[in-house]
Ligand binder design. Structure first.
Ligand code: AMP
Length: 460
């Protein structure tokens, strides 16, 4: 029997109170299944994806073992992308609030090496990062892993897809053998199974695969001719009229083409893929998550690890060969009790992919043709918000409250006209209602934040 109350776990009441203050009243399925083992110090293989509460599953575990008086890395979390590492870092910091003096360092590419080196020299207890940059630190002798007692591999399948196997193996070789290893993966290709055999000891396996797909995700497959694919995509938007959607493509070029096509047809869309520079990726994600871009067109790799809430539709511009990837893609809609729609385009030649999905899900796939879609030629999809970029950020000691204060005070906006605020090192992004755009830009031609002039521009 597993109880789903955090107080049933061998953790302090202060820790439980902190979880409560974060709104974590009950354990999620992966936490209820995994945490008792994790807290006993066992190795764990967890089949779980983003959104399941997996970060807290390893986070609560690793935090119990940190000795704040020992100034060395005791927990190492490997993530495939910088975005995921950022999210994991944020979540761990929240979880660590009840444990004083715990320092966490993010070790990701695209960020200055020297600052990370400095944080390590000051003594970080937890390191979260991407394999490439972690390996750089090891090579240059700026990171020591001999004190690691918890090793976490987050989205292990994706790290292997990205070709990190050798790097990961080298990193693990630098950690003590007597450690606890926790491996999280959404899928289980052979390579993962093999890797598990070598890096985990007598692991417990838990799985919370596809809990809710049947009930809340409506899946429909539309057969189209290859040359009609883009037109059919438009048809899906006109027919279903989702307010937010994630469109999956196979290649980077396809992502760019599809995003451009949608834009030409009055559907605001942005592409995200591995060819974008870090700054461009940041901007795309900021705009999508702050509701100033309703549609994201992505490759599987780029979409991995994005913590996107309340997505109404997932659209497969092309179906993946692997049915497990399909299930993973569509799992991004219909979260947390909401209903989502999963729409897929396929050609006659790709019919076998639909069949494979049918077999994998063990239920018939609902198929239709593009002709059944109700055309709505005047349809447009525009985000309710726009994003303003400011040329000041964390390094200028700007905090969200400062921007909120300037906009609701001197600039005269009401709080409800302002959306998400994202602060980066040397820039910040504020989402504002479209109708307030000119007022905000006008304010920043002379207006100040914390006594300093700040330049602002709308991101297009
Ligand atoms: P993750 O799968 O780790 O990305 O977590 C998904 C989201 O669920 C995050 O925003 C967490 O803050 C949140 N979360 C994790 N555990 C719980 C819980 N027990 N109750 C409520 N929310 C949770």
């Amino acid at each position: 029997m597993t109880s789903n109350s955090f107080s049933s776990l061998p953790i302090s009441s202060a820790f439980v109170a902190n979880l409560d203050s974060l709104g974590y009243k009950k354990m999620t399925a992966i936490q209820a299944q995994g945490l008792p083992h994790v807290l006993q110090g066992k190795d764990l293989i967890a089949k779980a994806k983003t959104g399941s509460g997996k970060t807290a599953t390893f986070g609560i575990g690793l935090l119990q073992k940190i000795n704040p008086r020992f100034f060395g890395v005791q927990a190492l979390v490997l993530c495939p992308t910088r975005e995921l590492a950022d999210q994991v870092g944020k979540e761990l910091r929240k979880l660590a609030r009840s444990t004083p003096n715990i320092k966490l360092v993010l070790l990701c590419g695209g960020k200055p090496f020297a600052a990370q080196k400095g944080s390590l020299e000051h003594g970080a207890h937890i390191a979260v990062g991407t394999p490439g940059r972690i390996q750089d630190h090891l090579t240059r002798g700026t990171l020591i892993l001999t004190g690691v007692n918890t090793l976490v591999l987050d989205e292990a399948d994706r790290m292997l897809d990205m070709g990190f196997l050798d790097v990961i193996t080298e990193i693990i070789a630098e950690t003590p053998k007597a450690r606890q290893t926790l491996l999280f993966s959404a899928t289980y290709p052979d390579l993962i199974t093999k890797m598990c055999r070598t890096i985990l000891q007598e692991p417990v396996t838990v799985s919370v695969e596809a809990e809710h797909h049947d009930t809340v995700i409506e899946q429909t497959f539309y057969q189209v001719k290859n040359q009609q694919r883009k037109n059919a995509l438009l048809g899906l938007f006109e027919h279903y009229q989702p307010e937010t959607a994630l469109v999956f493509c196979h290649t980077k070029i396809q992502c760019d083409e599809v995003a451009r096509y949608l834009q030409e047809h009055q559907i605001e869309a942005l592409a995200i893929h591995g060819d974008l520079e870090q700054r461009e990726r940041d901007q795309v994600l900021v705009r999508f998550t702050n509701h100033s871009c309703p549609v994201l067109v992505a490759t599987d790799l780029a979409a991995r690890g994005l913590d996107i809430k309340s997505l109404q539709a997932v659209i497969n511009f092309e179906l993946p060969h692997d049915p497990e990837i399909y299930v993973h893609r569509i799992g991004r809609t219909g979260r947390a009790g909401e209903t989502g729609i999963a729409l897929s385009l396929f050609t006659e030649q790709e019919h076998l992919r639909v069949k494979a999905i049918e077999t994998f899900q063990n239920k018939p796939s609902r198929c239709d043709t593009g002709e059944s879609l109700q055309p709505n030629p005047g349809f447009t999809l525009q985000a309710p918000m726009v994003t303003i970029q400011l040329d000041s950020g964390r390094k200028n000691k700007i905090r969200p409250g400062d921007l909120l204060g300037a906009l609701t005070g001197d600039a005269g906006l009401s709080g409800s006209q302002i959306g998400k605020i994202d602060i980066f090192d040397i820039s910040s992004y504020v989402a504002v209602e479209r109708s307030a755009l000119s007022q905000v830009l006008k304010y920043f031609t002379n207006g100040k934040v914390k006594g300093r002039s700040v330049r602002a521009r709308k991101i297009i």
